[in-house]
Design a protein around this ligand. Structure first.
Ligand code: SF4
Length: 309
């Protein structure tokens, strides 16, 4: 039984095989750090906490991809790779420079496409035109950090954009023929269960191909870590079992054709202050699937098209 539209099936449909992402950093920044939109960044953000060891921004795109290909060489299951521009905002800055970085990644025979993480207020029209043209014969995914659909939360986490920026960017990107994803964090400060489930309704009304979800983590070196040190009650941290039920409630309300690329993220212990679930990602996934079976549920069971529009 298919409980959920999952990423493995999505890759099989698009590429005919399993696909591995190779992260690439470009030494970029984001408008929420350089003063263009804000300073200090989003309160939860520390890009170092999810950057793999082979990925160093002082190295060229080519040398990071070569290192990534070596890193995954022992995994014969993966026949194709996607260059994943993950850290910071990878559509921010000079368009010609960005295009040359993408083209450098695509020059590798093993690289079957690009996944580009960015903010929704950072997509210039000329860059979107380039990506749209490229998407005619190459896999291109733009992954927008939506994080929350509530402006009050976006203000609280110093995001320096609002939900209407996400709506506009997702609509434009989808219309340009580009695969489009949204990234959301479940459990941001101040959000109730109903607030979180409301995100599922609102993003289901958008033309998204994928969503990535994860629990809120308190990461060292962030403003949230400082707040948490002063007042641990400033956030509601979920246990693994509580989060699994919350994520299942969310997925029940999610449009059934949206692929759920990810449900959880665990930064290395050296960076993570809380929560500490003592679970490997595959153990989390097993628990999650077991719980879905126990609940006899599936993605979209409570999806109502009219809600969220
Ligand atoms: S989450 Fe993205 S937008 Fe926010 S500070 Fe980090 S890199 Fe910038």
């Amino acid at each position: 039984m298919n409980f959920m539209s999952d990423y493995r099936a999505y890759c099989k449909r698009i590429f005919g095989c399993r696909v591995q992402k190779i992260s690439v950093t470009t030494g970029g920044t984001c408008p929420n750090r350089d003063g263009t939109k804000g300073t200090g960044g989003c309160i939860f953000c520390n890009n170092q906490s999810f950057t793999p060891p082979y990925c160093l921004d002082k190295h060229s795109v080519s040398s990071q991809i070569e290192a990534g290909l070596r890193f995954f060489a022992h995994k014969p299951d993966y026949q194709k790779f996607i260059a994943y521009f993950q850290a910071y905002s990878n559509t921010y800055g000079d368009t010609d420079r960005l295009i040359s970085l993408y083209e450098e990644a695509l020059s590798f025979d093993q690289i079957a496409g690009l996944a580009i993480g960015t903010r929704p207020d950072c997509m210039a029209d000329d860059l979107l035109d380039y990506l749209s043209e490229k998407a005619r014969d190459t896999y291109i995914l733009v992954e927008y950090g939506v994080e929350s659909t509530l402006d009050s939360t976006l203000d609280r986490i110093n995001r320096c954009h609002h939900f209407n920026d996400s709506v506009e960017a997702i609509l434009k990107t989808h219309e340009a023929g580009i695969q489009t994803a949204a990234h959301l964090i479940l459990g941001l400060p101040g959000e109730t269960r109903d607030d979180i489930l409301g995100h599922a309704d609102r993003i289901s009304a958008l033309p998204l191909d994928l969503v990535k979800l994860h629990q809120l983590q308190i990461i060292k070196g962030t403003r949230l870590a400082d707040e948490y040190a002063k007042n641990p009650q400033c956030v509601r941290l979920y246990s693994a079992d509580e989060y699994i039920d919350l994520a299942i409630d969310f997925i029940e309300r999610l449009r059934p054709d949206i692929t759920v690329e990810r449900l959880v993220s665990q930064s290395p212990e050296t960076w993570r202050i809380a929560p500490d679930w003592q679970l490997k990602n595959y153990e989390f996934t097993d628990k999650f699937r077991r719980r879905m079976r126990e609940r006899g549920t599936c993605q979209g069971r409570c999806y109502t098209p009219a809600i969220g529009k």
